[in-house]
Design a protein around this ligand. Structure first.
Ligand code: CMP
Length: 145
């Protein structure tokens, strides 16, 4: 627990309260803390652009982002995501380009995980993988409408 002990307690509390990370073992938490990156985005910052290639998965620690999906010449708002919610899973799972544009709606703090950490900490655990796959399926179904 050496890493976790040195980590900001409010970050740990936020991770422990989140749907995805509440049941990490101590060693998984250490792995996450070692490999994660945190970024702070300003209002209007484009975090992901539809069509880009993929490498990262994002969890919202604070703030809010909007999701917009473009088909042909039309743009569809796909709503907002806030604290504890995640995005960026679709391109990683499908190994296809990003299928929506995600923009910071206010100053936001995001946890960023590389695909290797996503695969090893999140997708190897059946419960976490199921939550992520379910979100993927719901979002893909909405984007087909
Ligand atoms: P990805 O395709 O990697 O990058 C854009 C992200 O936007 C996508 O993963 C999802 O995480 C998110 N996203 C796409 N469509 C929706 C939707 N309908 N509702 C919420 N989030 C979405």
């Amino acid at each position: 627990m050496a890493t976790a002990e040195k980590t900001d307690l409010s970050l740990l509390a936020t991770l422990r309260a989140s749907d995805l990370f509440h049941d990490l073992t101590d060693s998984e938490m250490d792995d996450l803390l070692i490999h994660m990156r945190m970024i702070r985005t300003q209002k209007g910052f484009e975090i992901i652009r539809q069509g880009d290639s993929w490498d990262s998965f994002y969890v919202i620690l604070s703030g809010r982002v909007s999701v917009k999906f473009r088909r042909g010449s039309k743009t569809f708002r796909r709503g907002r995501l806030g604290k504890g919610e995640f995005f960026g899973e679709m391109a990683l799972l499908a190994q296809q380009p990003r299928n929506a544009t995600v923009t910071s709606e206010e100053v936001s703090e995001l946890l960023v995980l590389k695909k290797s950490v996503f695969d090893n900490i999140l997708m190897k655990h059946p419960g976490r993988a199921q939550k992520i796959r379910r979100a993927y399926q719901d979002r893909a179904a909405r984007n087909k409408k």
